[in-house]
Design a protein. Structure first.
Length: 174
């Protein structure tokens, strides 16, 4: 029994949010700093035949750019592609829906190394941590998560391991 949309309040919808770019800013900044070191080093070698930049700084420039590119991919490009995919799947209707009462709710702290927040709806399991670069719902109870045991919800999700929540709706007066 699927209720009408007027019976629900949307508390999360991936299509209404903005992608969080701030975690990738560190990678972009580091790339610029390392590239500057490399350019200065190459200019000195070309003009004077040798570089006067200390070897530790040169190693930082060349090694740092590789680490910075990996950071940019991990916290910028790859999550952005996932975010685009989540929006596309929601817009095209390629997702599953489950409706029912929240069961087995276990709050999570969202902190690194701590267990994620978990709950079930009609035997469909969900888990997540506070993660600003995750495309799905990831607001734990410590950050104001409205989910609790017995709450009647309708969840649009991508069946994965773990399932990715694209839209979370709470039944009014539940």
């Amino acid at each position: 029994m699927i209720g009408s949309n007027m019976d629900y309040k949307i508390v999360f919808d991936v299509s209404e949010g903005q992608f969080q770019w701030w975690p990738s800013i560190g990678g972009i900044t580091s790339i610029l700093i390392c590239a500057f070191i490399i350019v200065i080093d190459r200019m000195q070698i070309r003009k004077q035949g040798t570089s006067y930049i200390p070897s530790k700084i040169r190693i930082f420039g060349y090694g740092g750019i590789l680490i910075s590119i990996a950071w940019l991919f991990s916290f910028g490009i790859i999550p952005y592609r996932q975010y685009q995919e989540c929006q596309y799947l929601l817009q095209t209707g390629v997702f599953s829906i489950v409706e029912g009462r929240v069961e087995h709710f276990q709050p999570g702290s969202g902190a690194q190394g701590q267990p994620p927040e978990r709950f079930d709806v009609q035997n469909v399991k969900f888990e997540y941590k506070d993660n600003p670069v995750d495309c799905g719902f990831s607001q734990t109870s410590g950050q104001g998560d409205p989910v609790k045991n017995g709450l009647y919800v309708k969840i649009s999700y991508i069946p994965r391991d773990p399932n990715t929540i694209l839209r979370l709706e709470i039944k009014k007066n539940s």
